[in-house]
Design a protein. Structure first.
Length: 264
């Protein structure tokens, strides 16, 4: 007979196994990437990827395509098999979108902003789903209002390109500037210099993959950098009056939503 005590025991065992599995994933996959043990990380991440761990699958795809130097031969076919992330129109879009859609929907239901943004990207580009600009716009808006930087960029582009919403360069500029201003110009230049220095001092005789341990930061930086580029483009297409109106709107939105700057 299944008693309350048995149920509690089973529950505690399940929690224990879950925590143990997470710890194994942390030490067996993620920590190896952080310590730049790239080949070992590929072997460890493969184990968890085959078990259906979506984070391991994404990391494994990144390892195959993002590991550099030391005679490492990139394998884009395997990369697309596991994560298939590619840059498209200023955003990262998964090639294996059918699987990605399932993951995005699951985490989006829990309020995960990356998941909501992922669904927006799928619908904007029609990757694995029927293209639907209106749905994409609504997903971008939801995550952008919650402070998600890539979604703020996506929202700005939607206004700029009239994708799912009426074209509005003032709102496009406002949302792109909200994303771009998350790092001030001085810090941005310092980050660029630090990155350049790191690249110049890399030991290119051994495989390098530790930069992949900061994928979230890389996505944030990419979005901010792209927003800055798009603002320069918009400045060529807008009047001073429009730009001032956009800046005022951006300030109002930031004050209302209490957005903060990124902390790298």
């Amino acid at each position: 007979m299944l008693t309350l005590r048995n149920l509690m025991t089973f529950f505690l065992m399940t929690i224990g196994l879950s925590v143990h599995a997470e710890l194994d994933f942390q030490s067996g996959c993620k920590d190896l990437i952080k310590s730049n043990q790239c080949i070992e990380a590929i072997e460890a991440c493969t184990v968890f990827a085959n078990q259906g761990n979506p984070e391991a699958q994404t990391l494994l795809g990144s390892l195959y395509s993002g590991t550099r130097y030391g005679g490492f031969r990139k394998n884009y076919k395997k990369s697309f098999t596991w994560s298939g992330e590619m840059y498209k129109g200023g955003e990262v879009v998964p090639e294996n979108a059918r699987k990605a859609k399932v993951w995005y929907e699951k985490v989006a239901e829990k309020g995960n902003l990356d998941g909501i943004n992922g669904l927006a990207r799928l619908y904007r580009y029609g990757t694995g789903v029927r293209k639907d600009y209106e749905k994409a716009f609504q997903y971008y808006l939801q995550a952008a209002l919650a402070g998600h930087t890539p979604s703020q960029v996506g929202l700005g582009l939607s206004y700029r390109d009239a994708k799912g919403v009426k074209k509005n360069l003032v709102k496009a500029y406002a949302w792109l500037s909200i994303a771009a201003d998350k790092i001030d110009t001085q810090r941005w230049k310092a980050m660029e210099k630090r990155y350049k220095d790191e690249q110049e001092n890399l030991d290119k005789s051994t495989p390098q993959c530790k930069h992949l341990s900061k994928l979230d930061q890389m996505s944030e930086r990419f979005a901010i950098g792209y927003a800055r580029q798009m603002i320069l483009d918009l400045k060529q297409r807008m009047s001073i009056k429009q730009i001032n109106k956009a800046k005022k709107l951006a300030l109002e939105i930031k004050k209302e939503r209490a957005f903060t700057r990124s902390d790298f």
